[in-house]
Design a binder for this molecule. Sequence first.
Ligand code: GLA
Length: 391
Amino acid sequence: MQDLKAAFEAHYHNPVERVFFAPGRVNLIGEHTDYNGGFVFPCALSFGTYLLLAKNDKQTLRFCSLNMPETATIPLKELPQTKAEAPHDLPSWVNYPLGCIAQFLKQGYRFTQGYDLLYSGDVPAGAGLSSSAAIEVVTAFAFNSLMQAGLSRTDLAKIGQASEHETAGVQCGIMDQFASAQGKKNHAIFLQCNTLDFELVPVELQGIKVVIANTHSPHHLDSGAYNARVAQCHTAVEQLSTVHPISCLAELTQADFDTYSHAISDPIAFRRARHVVGEVERTRKAVAALKQGDITTFGRLMNESHISLRDDYEVTGKELDTLAETAWQVEGVLGSRMTGGGFGGCIVSLVRDEAINDFRRIVGENYTKQTGLTADFYIAEIGDGAKEICA
Ligand code: GLA
């Protein structure tokens, strides 16, 4: 923290007044279900994005980041409410915080005081662990406090999601921002994305760790592939609704799907829907198993989730598949699956303490042999959601 403060003061010649933090997330199970109204089960991580700030007397918002070289200064009078109104030469990272500030403007809040802002993130870049949600949520959390807006954590998650839709053009669900806003140390969030009702479930696994492995794959989840999946799910809902009216795929039980899925004439939409219906059910069963201390069942459902994301949702690819499929062969691994949007990014696994060294070695070596890339392994620490830290 002292390093961050020194960096702030060196950059702005202004003492830090307040410090905020919001975490990245890892999703244990329930993938590509959020924008289909289903269950997800993510946890906040101990790494995330710090935001240090202080008032300035310049009637501007000034942005800098320790992760990006570009800075920006925007007069309060010119703060954009939409991406189209934003200056075209803005560094792309600034669009994320600015997109959140725009949501406050749209809700009628007005800025009369300038601020200097410094961001610093320690979420591994490009890992699919929601570094952008952490930037959005830390911004929304800080401005909620500065403006005394009194918004709930769920409202702040919605602000982050709206910003992601507008800024990045990704029609994402609410999971990442919700986990970053509502996370709790040593708990996962069992969230029903239709209603935003949620339950914090303790994740205290005796002798087992949550291990994240990063593919460092050159493939990334792009907005095109993601938005195409969202559209295919809409197609499935439309076609199903001709025989059984529904507003989202998560409304279907497995039995409903078996009865009505003949109405989905598009074969791709059919497979996407089959994944979603199965994944919602798996997530419900996995949480029930965890509550009963049945980690074996939880792990098996994680493996089934990966297979469905690989074969029906088609969001894995060679790197994620090699990691997960190798992990399944290692003694002491209870379950392993891709986590997040897919294509590149990470897998998440439940590994017995005594198997962790073998896991790293066997999975790491085979991964390099198969792909020529080097994976990174982290033992996940489940942390709290967004918070203010004493400056
Ligand atoms: C990305 C999105 C989330 C969610 C996941 C897949 O992380 O931002 O809303 O859809 O992909 O589960």
